[in-house]
Design a binder for this molecule. Structure first.
Ligand code: GRG
Length: 263
C-alpha cells in the first residue's frame, strides 16, 4: 500500500482538492481538509494498481519503478488496491465527522466519492474502455470513456474540496464545471505524453496506448492540443466569478497544459 501510494506521482488531484478548499474558505492546512485530499490520492493510487494488472493494461513500469504486481505479486497488488480504496472511504467518513459542516453531511461526501469510483465513474469508464476496440471508438465514445475513467476523480477532488470548506452550492457548481473540463484536458495531455515522451520522462512503459483509441489517434497531435486548449479555456472561464481568489486553480490549469506542449 505504501509503495503504491507514496511513489513519485504528481499529486495533481489532492492539490486540486486543497486549492478548491482554500478558494472556498477553508485553510488548506486543516487536518481534516488534508485527509479529504489524501483520500482522493488513495483512490487514484488504487486505480493505478488495478489499471496496471496483467488482466488490464499489463504495465511493467509506473512512477519510474516496477508496477505493484511486478514488485509484490498480483495477489498482493489486488489486496493493496482494495485496502487503499477502503482507507479512502474511511478517511472521508472520519474527516466529514470532524469537520462538522453546516451545508454537507459526511454521508453526502462519501456518496460523491462512491459515485466517482463506481459504474458511473472510474469503473464504468474502464469497463467501456476494455470492451471497445479502437475501430468502434469515435470522439463521443472516447470522451465518455475518459470523462468517467479520468474525469470523475478530478470532479470528486473538486467537489470534496468544496464540501470540506462548507462551500455555497453555487460555488460547488462552478468548481465542478472547472474540474470536469480540467480532468478531460488532463487525459488528452496524458495521451500526448504517451505519444511524444520517453519512459525516462514519464516513468511509464513506452507507448502504452499503442493499439488503443486515443485523442491523439483520433485527432492528431495538433487536434488533440487544440481540444485540450478549448477544455482548459472552459475550465478557466468557470472561475471568473471568483476573481483573483481562483489564481491557484488558473495556475493548475496552466500546469496541466504544459507537458503535452513539446514539439
Ligand atoms: C475501483 C479505484 C477503482 C478503479 C477500477 C482500473 C480502473 C477501474 C480505472 C482506471 C482509471 C485510470 C488509471 C485512469 C487513468 C488516469 C490517468 C491519466 C492516470 C495518470 O495519472 P497521473 O499522471 O499519475 O496523475 P501520477 O503517477 O502522476 O499520480
Amino acid at each position: 500500500m505504501r509503495y503504491a501510494a507514496l511513489g513519485a506521482g504528481k499529486r495533481v488531484r489532492p492539490v486540486l482538492s486543497l486549492a478548491v478548499a482554500e478558494l472556498c474558505g477553508a485553510p488548506a492546512s486543516h487536518d481534516a481538509v488534508v485527509d479529504v485530499a489524501c483520500a482522493i490520492e488513495l483512490v487514484h493510487a488504487s486505480s493505478l494498481v488495478l489499471d496496471d494488472l496483467p488482466s488490464m493494461d499489463d504495465a511493467q513500469l509506473r512512477r519510474g519503478r516496477p508496477t505493484v504486481h511486478r514488485a509484490f505479486g498480483e495477489d498482493v497488488a489486488i489486496l493493496a488496491a482494495f485496502a487503499l480504496l477502503n482507507r479512502a472511504f474511511g478517511l472521508v467518513a472520519e474527516a466529514g465527522q470532524r469537520l462538522g459542516l453546516r451545508r454537507y453531511t459526511p454521508e453526502e461526501m462519501i456518496h460523491h466519492l462512491a459515485q466517482a469510483v463506481g459504474t458511473g465513474g472510474l469503473v464504468g469508464g474502464q469497463a467501456l474502455d476494455l470492451a471497445s476496440s479502437p475501430a468502434d471508438v469515435d470522439l463521443e465514445r472516447l470522451e465518455y470513456i475518459h470523462s468517467h475513467k479520468t474525469g470523475a476523480l478530478f470532479l470528486a477532488a473538486a467537489e470534496l474540496g468544496a464540501m470540506a470548506a462548507d462551500a455555497k452550492r453555487k460555488d460547488l457548481d462552478l468548481v465542478s464545471r472547472y474540474a470536469k473540463n480540467l480532468g478531460l484536458a488532463f487525459q488528452i495531455e496524458d495521451d500526448l505524453l504517451d505519444a511524444l515522451a520517453t519512459p525516462a520522462e514519464t516513468g511509464k512503459d513506452a507507448k502504452q496506448d499503442l493499439g488503443k483509441a486515443t485523442f491523439v489517434g483520433l485527432l492528431g497531435v495538433d487536434g488533440a492540443r487544440s481540444l485540450a486548449d478549448e477544455l482548459l479555456a472552459f475550465a478557466i472561464g468557470s472561475l471568473t466569478p471568483f476573481g483573483a481568489k481562483a489564481d491557484a486553480l488558473r495556475a493548475l490549469a496552466e500546469l496541466v497544459a504544459a507537458p503535452g506542449r513539446r514539439s
